[in-house]
Design a protein around this ligand. Structure first.
Ligand code: SAH
Length: 236
């Protein structure tokens, strides 16, 4: 996907429209298209925080067909999914994100009206239907919340987040095991048990230490403890 186009069809609420304009910026959406919005764009600006500009720059169209022009993949969305109705057979947001990532060109995400969603005629215009799995008792999400979830899934496969963990060097994980083994051998007489403890530390570190600073700190403590134990043994 080179570009992501968010298409809002018939948005009725100014609060939703404003908050979604902000999401456009939060998740690096390149294009915002509005199909026949009934909400006041001016009122919506109040809820867009720093992203009011996105509303002013949005392309307003009369029909969904026009908003989908030039797209190579379109993802309609609905809480109503059904395995027995071809038009409503749906994929998950995660699946949609993978397909979108692999599709060249512009991908459209189409969100429906708060009251009645997208019509069957509109669903027919889309390549695929995406549904967010939710409680069978009440699977209908608020429009802004649904948009946030879908944009986040799409962002994760293409965007550069503002914060990323720095993973530890695998060598550090190896050293954590080495010092844990050293300590276990000094403190646990039963050799088999000591080896088990060392192996548990290997697995604990590999599964749970995902951050460089955390790895360095655990290693610091274990290496100091090992040396202190060795020194105290030498004195005996
Ligand atoms: N009965 C309507 C309700 C509209 S809710 C329907 O077709 O779902 C307003 C919009 O929010 C929907 O058109 C859709 O774009 C989105 N939405 C709400 N719940 C959703 C869900 N579980 N999965 C995907 N999109 C959802």
């Amino acid at each position: 996907m080179e570009r992501l186009r968010l298409v809002l069809v018939g948005t009725e609420g100014a609060v939703n429209l404003g908050m979604i304009a902000r999401l456009v910026e939060n998740f690096d959406v390149e294009e915002l298209y509005l199909v026949k919005p009934t909400a006041s764009l001016q009122e919506a600006e109040q809820y867009a925080a720093r992203s009011a500009r996105k509303l002013r720059e949005a392309k307003v169209k009369e029909r969904l067909e026009e908003a989908l022009e030039g797209t190579s993949l379109s993802l309609c969305t609905s809480s109503l999914a059904s395995a027995s109705d071809v038009l409503r057979s749906a994929i998950s947001p995660e699946e949609a994100a993978i397909i979108a990532r692999e599709t060249p060109g512009t991908v459209a995400l189409v969100m429906g009206r708060e009251s009645v969603g997208l019509t069957r005629d509109e669903l027919k215009l889309c390549t695929l239907l995406v549904t967010i799995g939710a409680s069978p008792h009440y699977p209908v999400l608020n429009l802004t919340n649904a948009t946030a979830i879908l944009l986040y899934e799409l962002f994760k496969t293409r965007g550069v987040p503002h914060h990323e963990r720095v993973p530890p060097d695998p060598k550090l994980v190896g050293l954590i095991e080495k010092y844990a083994r050293g300590i276990a051998e000094l403190l646990i007489a039963d050799q088999r048990r000591a080896e088990e403890v060392a192996l548990s530390f290997r697995k604990l570190a590999a599964k749970n230490i995902m951050d460089r600073v955390e790895a360095e700190n655990v290693l610091l403590l274990l290496s100091r403890a090992y040396r202190a134990l060795e020194r105290s043994r030498e004195r005996i």
